[in-house]
Design a protein around this ligand. Structure first.
Ligand SMILES: [Zn+2]
Ligand SMILES: [Zn+2]
Length: 403
């Protein structure tokens, strides 16, 4: 049997018609470039949201706007009964000045799509169009989640979940276009894929005084310096060496001039790891060390620990589906991803329902897509959107076809 006839036969059974997706590619590029020229930062995605809603409405898709902020939930119900698959894209940009020289560079000073969320949004719009045209063969429901505010905690995912975005959904898939891996490749892993991210601030409050009379003051700078060194032992001495974790002190600020003992010395840092129990261990050790060091130096530790996104933990059955099915999405090559330290609020969805998150290769030095995410010259190989859309469709149809 030829490949064409296999595809044709599959299509009769309601399985994917990726040529339809391919035909939507020029539109994907057009929309992504529109979004790229008109980026909006987290929690301010008003025009982006309106743009997405107008395209979905134009396709005759039922849309709920204002979900958890500027979020949109679009519902595509097939004519055949079945389960509900949620597919998610984030829509926000970053406060970065675009330094690219091209006709689709950002037109908004100081704001830029430097993480590829414009590509996610555009790819998911193509997925919407694909399913909207195939209601007769669609078994079940496709739930499209266009999420605001991924880049800034507490993030848009929690608000959308609280607003019912995934109520009744059986499974969820999401992708991140990813320039560190080449276009045509995609990577994921069972279990923890992306780190949790927390922030902490500690003020080692002392008592100000004359630099020449330290006995009459309590030096917060000495206490702060000691705490910086103490905190380095958490990962090396308290965390399992086989469990990756980071404690970084990103800033230390104390005092104003050379001859005054500083009353305040404030440390701030970030914590990244892959297990909830490790996260809680690190938090506890930071608090214990801050309090213990404060006691040793006679200061007071004022601690503010801010929990950010949890670790993103993929469900094994759905990652297995990715490895099994990826090749059906335009021959996408599936690889096992190492754990990565950036965080993602997609983590909250897979805490609620089964699902998996995939990094879809978008790197291509020949097209200038070689800069890291959040770089002022960041760009992606737009063909990655085709793979992303094909993969989301493939995963959704595989799931619905099985149940
Ligand atoms: Zn980002
Ligand atoms: Zn991102």
């Amino acid at each position: 049997m030829t490949r064409e006839s296999v595809n044709k036969e599959k299509d009769v059974a309601g399985v994917k018609d990726l040529e339809l997706v391919r035909s939507l590619f020029p539109e994907m590029v057009k929309r992504r470039r529109h979004l790229h020229r008109n980026p909006e930062v987290s929690y301010k995605e008003e025009k982006t949201s309106a743009y997405v809603a107008s395209i979905l409405t134009g396709l005759g898709i039922e849309v709920r706007t204002g979900v958890g902020g500027y979020g949109i939930v679009a519902v595509i119900k097939g004519k055949l009964p079945g389960k509900t698959v949620a597919l998610r894209a984030d829509m926000d940009a970053l406060p970065i000045q675009d330094e690219k020289v091209c006709d689709y560079a950002s037109e908004i000073p100081g704001v830029m799509h430097a993480c590829g969320h414009d590509g996610h949004t555009s790819a998911l719009l193509a997925v919407a169009e694909y399913f909207a045209r195939r209601l007769d063969t669609l078994q079940g429901e496709i739930r499209l989640i266009f999420q605001p505010a991924e880049e800034v905690c507490p993030g848009g995912a929690v608000a959308m979940i609280q607003d019912g975005a995934i109520d009744g959904a059986d499974v969820i898939y999401g992708v991140h276009l990813w320039t560190p891996i080449p276009v045509g490749t995609a990577a994921s892993a069972p279990g923890p894929l992306m780190a949790s991210t927390d922030e902490f601030f500690v003020d080692m409050k002392g008592q100000g005084g004359h630099g020449g009379m330290p006995h009459a003051a309590v030096d917060s700078v000495v206490a702060g310096a000691a705490l910086v060194m103490q905190l380095q032992t958490i990962v090396s001495r308290s965390v399992d060496p086989l469990d990756p974790a980071v404690v970084t002190i990103g800033s230390i600020q104390g005092g104003t001039v050379q001859n005054v003992i500083a009353e305040h010395c404030v440390l701030s840092g970030t914590v990244r790891c892959f297990k909830e129990e490790t996260r809680h261990l690190i938090r506890r050790r930071i608090e214990e060390m801050a309090e213990g060091t404060a006691k040793a130096y006679g200061t007071e530790a004022i601690i503010d620990y801010v929990m950010g996104y949890p670790p993103l933990v993929n469900h094994e059955a759905e990652v297995n589906r990715f490895f099994r099915e990826a090749g059906n999405a335009f021959g996408l090559r599936a690889e096992v991803s190492p754990k990565i330290m950036p965080a993602e609020d997609f983590a909250y969805y897979v805490q609620q329902i089964p699902g998996c998150f995939v990094l879809v290769g978008a790197g291509n030095p020949a097209k200038g897509a070689s800069y890291p995410h959040h770089h002022p010259k960041f760009d992606l190989d737009e063909e990655s959107m085709l793979y992303a859309a094909g993969l989301l469709i493939t995963l959704a149809e595989s799931y619905l076809g099985e149940t």
